[in-house]
Write a new protein. Sequence first.
Length: 140
Amino acid sequence: MYAQPKGISSYGRQANTETDPIRQVVMLYDGAIKFLNLTALDMEAGDVVAKGEHSRRALDILTYLQSILDFEKGQDVAVNLDNLYRNITAMVLKASAKTDAKMMRQAGDLLVPVRDAWQVNAGRSIAPANAAGGGFAMVG
């Protein structure tokens, strides 16, 4: 069984009660954006320990989102999301190394439109077969 990274464990209890996988993805995006913004604040405050913890949690979430991409069902969307996650990960690592709070916030900002698109989809009704996983492509 796949072990979830620690960065998403704080969302585990709430996500486990959420049966809609799309809503779970929205929650993961919310977490990543939150931790990237917290990392930027930590940089500005000079809190190296918190910076490390928050950036690790954001990276754990990005890694998890990347790991659940379904390239067979998601095709071009999955490829585009994979590229986005790779670019944001590189951006986070670069911002962390340079202690660049502005770049860290930009990394979070890049996730917002994708998160909002998932939120729109979460508001739509999912057919029962899809809600159970039949035919649903989780492209995170």
